[in-house]
Design a protein around this ligand. Structure first.
Ligand code: PAF
Length: 297
């Protein structure tokens, strides 16, 4: 990668200088897009930067492994931190600025990382019922942690548009609600999931898979396609879900869920559902993988 590109990526660890730069761009009439991440970036994140560039003249990314969205038994400590490689990738994608704060900068009153159930931040956003179903049922407090940190990041960056991956489908819905409920003056754009040739969705957690597990993991996307096919043939949602769980278990997964839902609400499908989504969360070895596909009902 050209050193010139790397030099064009400005990295900020403090809020004030980042805001100063963003204000300067804004005063010059520029439009700002924001791509929040937890780092350990791959092609999927790069595609978020590409989408961001279609909506703005400047792209700001953030890298922050947010403790408040990890449960006490989850992988916060071992989550891969790869700042130098991430900076190179962001620069190659034409990102203009990176915000990479410390935990103390993001949670100034906390003396230790606010893992959500053990040491939650003293101010946190309650996302309501959507935060208690599906991934929220398996990871209590997770979406409150996500909404809280994203609200803080939105206030810091003050972008015109923010881009999130559709792979984290429930997260995307929670964040759309956050923006609506808290009147953030920005648009949320969902970016399509990037897949490997096998269909496996790109994810930082894929690196927890052995090479055999990576091969097995293609079953998730194949199962989603099977679910869509069954639904489009008129098979009842309950039957589709039961079949999907059997397929996943037979392939060696420990599924948290395999469901089809209304894609706009995540409620059970009804006659008023316009878009339907099939969603899977399943554990394989050390990895917990999530994926989804959606279609017009
Ligand atoms: O999707 C992620 O990487 C994280 O949940 C996010 C949105 C950056 C918040 O920490």
């Amino acid at each position: 990668m050209a050193t010139d590109a790397l030099m064009q990526l400005q990295t900020f660890t403090e809020i004030a200088p980042l805001r100063q730069q963003i204000q300067a761009w804004r005063s010059a009439g520029e439009r700002i897009a924001f791509v929040p991440t937890m780092g350990n970036l791959h092609d999927g994140h790069l595609s978020l930067v590409h989408v961001a560039k279609q909506h703005a003249t400047r792209v700001v990314a953030s890298i922050f492994v947010n403790p408040s969205q990890f449960g006490p038994k989850e992988d916060f400590a071992s989550y891969p931190r790869t700042l130098a490689a991430d900076q190179a990738l962001l620069a190659s994608g034409g990102c203009d600025a990176l915000f990479a704060p410390t935990v103390a900068t993001m949670y100034p009153t906390s003396s230790s990382p606010p893992l959500h159930t053990a040491n939650a931040p003293s101010f946190a956003i309650d996302v309501g019922a959507i935060g208690t179903i599906l991934c929220g049922a398996v990871r209590p407090g997770h979406f409150s942690g996500v909404a809280t940190v994203v609200a803080k990041l939105f206030n810091i960056v003050q972008a015109d548009v923010a881009v999130f991956g559709e792979k984290d489908f429930q997260q995307l819905l929670v964040l759309r609600k956050l923006v609506h409920q808290f009147n953030f003056p920005l648009d949320i754009v969902g970016a399509a999931t990037i897949r490997e040739a096998s269909g496996l969705a790109r994810s930082s957690r894929n690196q927890y898979l052995s090479s055999e597990e990576r091969e097995q993991a293609r079953v998730i996307y194949a199962t989603l396609l099977q679910m869509r096919d069954m639904r489009q043939r008129g098979v009842d949602a309950e039957q589709v879900q039961a079949q999907a769980l059997i397929t996943l278990q037979t392939a060696g997964f420990n599924p948290d869920y395999a469901v089809t839902r209304d894609a706009q609400t995540l409620d059970l499908i009804s006659i008023s559902s316009k878009i339907e989504v099939a969603m899977i969360a399943a554990r394989l070895g050390k990895a917990r993988l999530i994926d989804n596909i959606y279609w017009n009902s």
